[in-house]
Design a protein around this ligand. Structure first.
Ligand SMILES: CC(C)(COP(=O)(O)OP(=O)(O)OC[C@H]1O[C@@H](n2cnc3c(N)ncnc32)[C@H](O)[C@@H]1OP(=O)(O)O)[C@@H](O)C(=O)NCCC(=O)NCCS
Length: 336
């Protein structure tokens, strides 16, 4: 087997049309636009129509990535979907996406790492390109968080939104692509952010519904503290290991969980404002989708040039933490 680099060569996204604004939330729970903007930076988020499964968003985002690249679904070898809101327990969202796309040759699976779902999937997908086993891998981060949020709980309902982002991985032509990654899980953190109902320990029952076990439960303060500390530790140790300093980073594309977490990370890394992508004000925390959605926005805003060093980073339920470094090589269009 040959070892080669894995590069991101196309991107796609899907966002539901329906906007849930802070003003809409003021009607549902005791909160205010000022509190939400001041404590999180979020102004609005997108929400699906009831009954829309994550696979629908994921397939739409993937289709855009294929269209931009000018290839067909039959060219895909592997589909990985990072999600914590699969359409159902099984079959996997990846199977549903494969069917929706008509990706006749692909195999695939879901990867459960909450807000690290995309970063972990990117690393896993890259391995199949690097080993030479596959030529084209779709990596998707997609979540319908509105399906597991209690819109009577002000501590969680203001934060999350729905969305999907996808990237295509292919072999690098030059020195672009994945340079390195640093991932960690710390299961003791499970108690601070979780959804207990509907799994094997607490199968769905009238009692689990009554106990609100099918909703996100969160100790926001604990998650916040962990996120700030671990994001710094993960990113700095990755940079040092690969022989870089924060100064070398062209763009930090971090999980959009809270504007204050992004600002604290920027401060600690000593990065100027223009090197940090922020779109949390528009979409809230879309869990596995935030990073591909932020990459998409960075490209729309022409914030990436060939040769730039991108630092992806995320922290999420589990606890999970991860970061990866990519040398940007540009998107590829049809025929390239
Ligand atoms: C959730 C979060 C925004 C709360 O902000 P905070 O500054 O930590 O606020 P606290 O939870 O300490 O609560 C402060 C007060 O605001 C209140 N409050 C909580 N949510 C509120 C809301 N939506 N509107 C108004 N007040 C609210 C609390 O009840 C509390 O009131 P009290 O002091 O009278 O008890 C913040 O902790 C956070 O973002 N944590 C990380 C969450 C996250 O990223 N999750 C996803 C991980 S990937």
């Amino acid at each position: 087997m040959t070892l080669r680099r894995a590069a991101i060569t196309s991107v796609g996204r899907f966002l539901p049309e329906k906007v849930l604004s802070n003003q809409d939330l003021e009607v549902l729970v005791e909160t205010s636009n000022d509190w939400i903007v001041g404590r999180t930076g979020i102004r609005e988020r997108r929400i699906v129509e009831e009954g829309t499964g994550t696979s629908e968003l994921a397939a739409a985002a993937a289709q855009e990535a294929l269209d931009r690249r000018g290839i067909s679904a039959d060219d895909i070898d592997l589909i990985i979907v990072g999600t914590v809101t699969p359409d159902m327990m099984f079959p996997s969202t990846a199977c549903l996406v494969q069917d929706k796309l008509g990706a006749s040759r692909a195999w695939g699976f879901d990867l459960s790492a909450a807000c690290c779902g995309f970063v972990y999937s990117l690393t896993v997908g890259s391995q199949f390109i690097m080993s030479g086993a596959h030529e084209r891998v779709l990596v998707i981060g997609a979540d319908v968080m509105s399906s597991i949020i209690d819109y009577r709980d002000r501590a969680t309902c203001v934060i999350f939104g729905d969305g999907a982002g996808a990237v295509l991985l292919e072999a690098a032509n030059g020195d672009e692509g994945l340079i390195g990654y640093q991932h960690k899980i710390e299961g003791h953190g499970g108690q601070y952010l979780y959804m207990p109902g509907g799994g094997s320990q607490h199968p769905a029952s009238a009692n689990t519904v009554e106990q609100k076990m099918h909703y996100v439960h969160q100790d926001g303060r604990q998650v916040f503290k962990y996120a700030v500390r671990r994001t710094y530790e993960t990113t700095t140790s990755l940079l040092a290991r690969e022989g870089f300093t924060p100064d070398d980073v062209s763009l930090l594309i971090a999980h959009q969980a809270n504007m204050r977490i992004l600002d604290a990370t920027r401060d600690r890394l000593g990065l100027p404002e223009e090197k940090v992508v922020k779109n949390i004000h528009k979409f809230g925390n879309t869990t596995a989708a935030t990073i591909p959605l932020a990459l998409y926005d960075a490209l729309e805003d022409r914030r990436l040039d060939k040769g730039d060093l991108i630092l992806f980073s995320s922290v999420g339920a589990g606890f999970t933490a991860g970061a990866s470094l990519f040398r940007w090589g540009g998107l590829r269009s049809s025929g390239e």
